[in-house]
Design a protein around this ligand. Structure first.
Ligand code: ADP
Ligand code: TRP
Length: 320
């Protein structure tokens, strides 16, 4: 079973990325052969500054390694270290109907949010398909918002196979059911572009500020509060055990505490959860050569597989 997923190095990692994508990707290193990569070409559709891009790529690598990605178990690489993917991207582009890309929700959302429209942004799903199909991935663990991209990948692969023979593996999506969509501090989907994120590796001060900004209703300390509709409670669900949640529910009905207290509880539990990873993170931040070495050795393994697959594809389409 081959599992593959990537994450764009497009800004500070937040708990939505963590629970929706990073954690499921990392845990799949124990259930199959994992290819995990940093989608640097994809990030270029939104990050235009070269120093920021370079820094984001490094930070994403450090975060993955600190959060438990084990390069002895998984093949971990930067997308741009395996440029073979761009040749497959072109071959797949020929088979991708314009109308399919025009239906892209993610493309439309990004343009609506102010990202400048470009051919790269428009054809983003084709590059994603190339990432997946170049490595014969069976399973792609991603957040729910990537569903349409994986469907497009399956369609493109089917078209290819119909025309050139049974060469590409049709992948299946895997979505973590409990954390499909992590909400942000305003109650909407947590996202960098909505400025509503909780960034677990920010300074304590910034983290606290983000959590204290969570929107609630205006019920006072002595009024009963509804945990079912409260964003603080929903975020606590990501971190707490069943018993801890039952105790928290009790605090909502006790009429002795306000939302500030619940935010403090959330802050403490987020801190505690990620504290375990902070030492490792400090280590990698101080040792960029070690990180570079791991990425290069991952790239060498990925490149060997990619070159072989691309040769088969080239022959199938007549580029030999
Ligand atoms: P953002 O929306 O902050 O720009 P990205 O689009 O870079 O995040 O998403 C990176 C990965 O994290 C994707 O697989 C995506 O599905 C997942 N993800 C992002 N936000 C959330 C969220 N709020 N809940 C669950 N998964 C998320
Ligand atoms: N589009 C994905 C995201 O926004 C990143 C990505 C690029 C990806 N290529 C991929 C995910 C291939 C899974 C498989 O996070």
């Amino acid at each position: 079973m081959r599992i593959l997923s990537g994450i764009q190095p497009s800004g500070a990692m937040h708990i939505g990325n963590y629970f929706g994508a990073v954690k499921p990707i990392i845990s799949s290193q124990d259930s199959g052969e994992l290819f995990a990569f940093i989608a640097s070409y994809h990030a270029m559709t939104s990050v235009k500054d070269k120093d920021i891009l370079r820094q984001n790529i490094f930070d994403t690598a450090v975060n993955f390694l600190s959060l438990g990605l084990n390069p002895d178990k998984a093949i971990f690489y930067r997308q741009h270290d395996v440029p073979q993917v761009l040749e497959l991207y072109w071959i797949l582009s020929i088979l991708t109907p314009m109308a399919m890309l025009e239906r892209g929700h993610s493309y439309k959302d990004k343009v609506a949010k102010g990202i400048k429209s470009s051919h790269g942004l428009f054809s983003y799903p084709v590059l994603m398909a190339a990432d997946i199909l170049l490595f014969d991935a069976n399973i792609v663990p991603v957040g729910k918002d990537q569903t349409q991209h994986i469907e497009m990948c399956r369609d493109i692969a089917t078209t290819f196979n119909d025309r050139f023979g049974d060469i590409l593996t049709i992948p299946k999506i895997k979505i973590e059911q409990n954390t499909q969509t992590v909400i942000g501090t305003d109650g909407a989907k947590m996202s960098k572009s909505y400025n509503n994120t909780i960034n677990m590796f920010d300074t304590e001060k910034k983290l606290k500020k983000q959590i204290m900004n969570i929107k609630t209703d205006s019920k006072g300390i002595h009024e009963p509060k509804d945990y079912k509709t409260c964003s603080i409670y929903k975020l606590c669900e990501l971190f707490m055990s069943k018993n801890e949640l039952i105790q928290l529910q009790q605090r909502y009905i006790n009429k002795t505490e306000g939302y500030g207290h619940f935010k403090q509880t959330l802050y403490e539990i987020v801190q505690k959860y990620f504290a375990a990873y902070k030492n490792k993170r400090e280590h990698y931040l101080k040792n960029p050569d070690e990180v570079e070495h791991m990425l290069q050795s991952g790239a060498a393994k990925a490149k060997a597989k990619a070159t072989k697959k691309l040769e088969t594809i080239r022959q199938a389409v007549g580029l030999n």
